[in-house]
Design a protein. Sequence first.
Length: 94
Amino acid sequence: MSNIFSENLKKSRLNSGMKVDEIASSLGVSQQTYYNYESGNREPSIENIVVLAKLFGVTTDYLFGLTDDTDTKIAPQTPIKESTIKVFEKIPAG
């Protein structure tokens, strides 16, 4: 796994304010194992990567360095105006 993953993992932990013992307990690993994830000496399982992302409120894409956006929220849907619906209803199907 890349250094980017390890760096983003550590940043996420520091930003979350969580303690290593809490994180390790949530993952079912020792504190040393978790520190090895942050130092790049070990790789967490896919399942634990998902747990880490959820714990820190970031995306797995962020952890892997595929995006700088840490926001996990889905953008709210904008309601469709009634007038727009009527326009689409006039379009013939097929």
